[in-house]
Ligand binder design. Structure first.
Ligand code: PHE
Length: 340
């Protein structure tokens, strides 16, 4: 019987066939089970002789079945692996891709334009102290400009300093002049904060600051720099600037810069001079600011300018509402975003 069963086990070429053999041998009505049952009717002597043989048979058969099962399982796995093999040469399915945010795009454009003119990129902290954001920029405690800035203040002082979210990128002028020696040519892009909100104002927005400090710098250098930058940015030669006298505590004289636009197909486009739009604030760095940074204003002069990156993006790419810039709506990002 043992030989017969082992042959049947070896011949079982599927798990189902093996199960049939197992039931026929070890199942309730199986041949081996039947032999085991005969032990009950034997005399002790017979049982002593037959018991080990019958139990041995049962063990040999179960072991044989278990081994055959392992073999069949392994073969089934091999077969599956063979048919389910990964084809690494197949093209992968298209994954959803993000886009470059207009603010990042414009920032890249600006950095490139100014890099070509020899400007390095400088940064400063968004959590500023009130000396860098105001005092050193010739905006003393009592100055009305402090109220105009709608500043977010922190409730606690740090090392005796009043802390705030910077209201403009101009504190980076101070940080640069106190940490580097002139000549200085930097742009400083970054987030700024004001408690203000409507279609064209969000509590957080982006500015870019420019600062040049050297010997003999004058308003003509400022005008050339802004003209060169705005022509490159708007990619038009007919960009016209209008410089208007203005006031900022940290520049003297101060100059507000308008850029001319025309109406093309019912839409405002930059270029020409049918109308004017204010694009930036600028001026010659105030001697008091140069002094606050420990430099001699008789030796070093310079100009500074500041403008909104988001605003430049809106003018160049035609958005009329600032708020969706920061909503994270994928439909907006898909529409206005740029491919990397
Ligand atoms: N900091 C000014 C603002 O936020 C802009 C500015 C920068 C003006 C540099 C003059 C010089 O409005």
């Amino acid at each position: 019987l043992q030989t017969e069963l082992l042959t049947a086990i070896a011949a079982a070429d599927t798990l189902d066939a093996l199960e049939t053999v197992r039931i026929a041998a070890l199942g309730k009505a199986g041949s081996v089970s039947a032999l085991l049952k005969t032990l009950g009717g034997m005399t002790p002597e017979q049982r002593q002789a037959e018991g080990p043989r019958i139990n041995g048979l049962r063990e040999t058969v179960s072991a044989g079945i278990a081994e055959r099962k392992r073999g069949l399982d392994a073969a089934a796995l091999d077969a599956r692996l063979a048919t389910e093999r990964l084809d690494m040469t197949l093209p992968a399915p298209e994954a959803p891709r993000g886009s470059v945010h207009p603010v990042s795009q414009v920032l890249d454009e600006l950095s490139e334009i100014f890099a070509d003119m020899g400007f390095a990129v400088a940064t400063g902290p968004e959590i500023e102290d009130d000396w860098h954001n105001f005092t050193a920029l010739n905006i003393p405690e009592t100055h009305p400009a402090r109220a105009m800035h709608d500043t977010f203040y922190f409730p606690d002082e740090v090392d005796g300093k009043k802390m705030l979210l910077r209201t403009h990128t101009s504190p980076v002028q101070i940080r640069t002049m106190t940490s580097q020696s002139p000549p200085i040519r930097i742009i400083a892009p970054g987030r700024v904060y004001r408690s203000d909100s409507d279609a064209t104002h969000t509590p957080m927005f982006h500015q870019i600051e420019g600062l040049v400090i050297d010997r003999g710098i004058h308003l003509g250098h400022l005008k050339w720099t802004l003209e060169t930058f705005l022509k490159a940015f708007f990619e038009r030669d007919d960009v016209v600037l209008r410089l208007r006298p203005s006031y900022f505590p940290f520049t003297e004289p101060s100059v507000e810069v308008d850029v001319g636009y025309s109406i093309e197909k019912g839409k405002r486009v930059i270029g020409g001079s049918e109308g004017w739009m204010e694009v930036l604030g600028s001026g010659m760095v105030h001697r008091r600011v140069i002094e606050s940074c420990g430099l001699d204003p008789d030796e070093w002069q310079g100009f500074a300018f500041g403008t909104g990156i988001d605003r430049l993006a809106m003018l160049k790419y035609g958005m009329d509402d600032l708020r969706p810039f920061f909503d994270g709506d994928l439909r907006w990002l898909k529409h206005y975003g740029f491919s990397a």
